[in-house]
Design a protein around this ligand. Structure first.
Ligand SMILES: [Zn+2]
Length: 160
């Protein structure tokens, strides 16, 4: 996994380090200031929904069903491992693997169920509708749109 590190162009202070493949997308203004010298920069982890939209799978229930199935599989593996005594494995390792599997499984299953409930009840859509409105509002401010563009963010013509 290749992680990206960004330093302040002005003072060289390390601003952030993240992995573009696995990092959660943040839906907020990418305009941030360096805590060292106050120089503004664009945080690549942050996205303006009004410009970029949402990932295609945001409301896709299938991917969360997959997560639940995956979680159930982990739970099953944990259960099996708990009941299998492995010869030649130190006692501490004996319970560690099944515990990790079981906890991971529970997190996946519960997380998947919560996401599906949020999609079904429209709560997820409500949240993103609100975030989209905030994003449009920010971009409607011309000085904000130009600042964003100056920092290298692709701002569409309609906001400039
Ligand atoms: Zn700086």
């Amino acid at each position: 996994m290749a992680s990206v590190t960004i330093h302040c162009k002005q003072c060289g202070k390390k601003l952030l380090s993240y992995d573009p493949q696995t990092h959660f997308r943040k839906y907020q203004s990418p305009v941030k200031s360096c805590p060292g010298c106050g120089t503004r920069y664009a945080d690549p982890r942050c996205h303006e929904i009004a410009v970029e939209g949402l990932p295609a799978d945001t409301y896709r229930i299938g991917s969360y069903l997959f997560l639940i199935v995956f979680g159930a599989f982990l739970l099953y593996r944990g259960y099996v491992l708990f009941h299998r005594f492995q010869l030649g494995v130190p006692g501490a390792v004996q319970w560690m693997m099944p515990t990790v599997f079981t906890l991971g499984g529970i997190v996946c299953v519960i997380g998947g169920i919560i996401e599906i409930i949020l999609i079904k009840t429209g709560k997820k859509q409500e949240r993103f509708d609100r975030l989209t409105k905030e994003s449009v509002q920010r971009l409607s401010d011309k000085s904000y749109a130009y600042t964003l563009q100056d920092l290298g963010y692709p701002v569409p013509e309609e906001y400039l």
